[in-house]
Design a protein. Sequence first.
Lengths: 203, 203, 225, 225
Amino acid sequence: MSTEEHHHHDESYAELRTKALESLLVEKGLIASNAIDDVVRTYEQDIGPMNGAKVVVKAWTDPEYKKRLLEEGTSAIEEVGFTGAQGAQIVVLENTDDIHNMVVCTLCSCYPWPVLGLPPSWYKSEAYRSRAVVEPRAVLKDFGLELDPAVNVRVWDSNSEIRYMVLPQRPSGTDGMTEEELIEIVGRDSMIGVAIVESPTIV
Amino acid sequence: MSTEEHHHHDESYAELRTKALESLLVEKGLIASNAIDDVVRTYEQDIGPMNGAKVVVKAWTDPEYKKRLLEEGTSAIEEVGFTGAQGAQIVVLENTDDIHNMVVCTLCSCYPWPVLGLPPSWYKSEAYRSRAVVEPRAVLKDFGLELDPAVNVRVWDSNSEIRYMVLPQRPSGTDGMTEEELIEIVGRDSMIGVAIVESPTIV
Amino acid sequence: MNGIHDMGGMHGFGEVTHEENEPVFHESWEGRVMGIRRSLVKHGIFEPYNFRFTVESLSPSEYLNSSYYERHLRATENGAIAKGFITREEMDERMEFFRQNPDALPERREDPKESEQIQKITFMLEPLHRDTGATPGFNIGDVVRARNINPQGHTRLPRYIRGKTGIVVKYYGNHDFPDIDMNGNKSEPQPIYSVQFDAEELWGASAEKNQLLFIDMWEGYIEPA
Amino acid sequence: MNGIHDMGGMHGFGEVTHEENEPVFHESWEGRVMGIRRSLVKHGIFEPYNFRFTVESLSPSEYLNSSYYERHLRATENGAIAKGFITREEMDERMEFFRQNPDALPERREDPKESEQIQKITFMLEPLHRDTGATPGFNIGDVVRARNINPQGHTRLPRYIRGKTGIVVKYYGNHDFPDIDMNGNKSEPQPIYSVQFDAEELWGASAEKNQLLFIDMWEGYIEPA
């Protein structure tokens, strides 16, 4: 069997099946089309890793906030304006020179939606779900990140309704940057723990 | 996706792929067509559960043989004329009023070919391989066999090159039967341990 | 259940591949599935553990052959059928209609109130803590062993943790207990802890050096070591 | 490897279905695969553990979507390619030829001597015992624990046994050790034992009552409990 053919077959099947499901549920008055539109638009435009980046930058620039964030993630994140589904209790994990945290959900793909949006494909992949807990350093190499052997790697398997987010280290050479500029350099992957925030290249 | 469609696609693919493989290996002089014919004919006609049935009936009718069979399965089975691939060391497990043995290979489908032939589909199925070690009584129910709770169920996971065969109990009402008649009633499944040998119906 | 979804520590799935500038949804139907699922929450079929159990109950080959949203689509359909909202036959017929009419779209029903309700779910903070009066049976620093359970129903205790010894590092309060038995029964909320395991305890000599694993354990998942 | 093939104790595969009067081969290509595989033994690519490792190395979804003989076909092709006997391109071209010529058959090569050799493999008794001089390190009745190993290479110690405690009930002599590491390295032959486990030790409260599990353990798989 060609996996290509197979997937192609599946995708059009899924599209037709989704149309049928939406059509029937609308017809029976169980769902409203505009509500579905809203959900799509919300996750495409309003909720995404830029939320988490704002939280990270506030923690980098406000030591009191950082303290609150690490002690009570959910309420500190609410301060910045982010709450909602898949974020009922958020725990923030601080990366340091000695400790590197990374998050996985081996059983499905639990992820802190209010701060990071919907999970990327790699986070939902069998490869990541199976390997992150047993060979995290090898996985990080797939992402181009090679950690010093002295760094303690801490993997968080997100199996409950608690959601985990990583607070990456602030890179050197960023002292003169504005909050807006800092937000730009905090990538999604650094808040899952499979990347670090790189120092901006000096032009 | 329809699983039906998928399997159909695969079967013709497998057929074509096998033709291609045989064709190339013959062309390169690595294999001989008649040798392949021989293997097919041998397992279709010469090696099968009738071999094991002969061993079972000899054990039922010859107490000295039964003793040898349970002590040194391989050589006792060789006495009856059966040796070969996937039977280098065969251990025979006796079912009694108190003990019911059944055999599985969770990692692949190891099976005592010289006495039972090639394994049936159910033995190779994911359902049997996964369930036999954790819920053997439930599996036996799928085969229509309900054991008394007092019977000790012994499951043998055939993970090494040692092969296991079950010696089923001789049913009552068979005293007057000839060896040939007895061989007829010993079914394959009873020698794997998912069935018992039933008393022949009196006409 | 000891299902295909419980893949922590499995080999054979290859490298992790990373897509640059990945869109939120690769196909528009994926977003619709997400929206339909959220819209059905109010009809009681998508309590999180029930929904996950429905996903896990796909056959193992179906599970592996499906993408994340394909699994959600199948589970949503199966859940809606189990609730009696639709039938498989209706789905098959309607799908055939869309196959034969590729330009047709699902009819629309507009309901501003429903939008409001759904947006509330999306943005609402609904704390997990349950005031049961249950006091935690374990203290920070306790050495505990994950129980060797193998339920056919839903559980959030993965196989790779069972039987392994770790240390309680945090108490998170009392949360709903996720396990659902084959008759659909659930248990009362329980204390939940963060438990730390040494990678070597989990994987023996195959473990990478200098690694810890943290996982959330409901009280029923652990016993004193 | 902790692969999809290691399915002892998994849920979700459904009922065991039993086919009455099942033929030895359902399709004629299945018999050809069997014959090709045996014919290739003399070329050194189907030492049993190598072959099993090749089967296990199919991707998990490929594994579950393939029948027993489909797996063997794929593994035989992969093994023959790895040995340099054929190339994937040759296979693809030749397959395309047979697709376009549905009545064509593989050419034949007759070789009576090869028949004899193959029949010898089919019927030959080749004892497993290896005279290594190694004396068994465990005695009948010893309580042992299966080691928690998680190799990426080949092993015959299934996951559901690891870390569990059982009793040595029989010593079978010294056999070849099956494990193959990722560099293709093997170890010397080792003593091998039948070890008995109580079902409750393996599955906890989910175990059926009054059940024992027997499995063969090479000495390297166990340690004193």
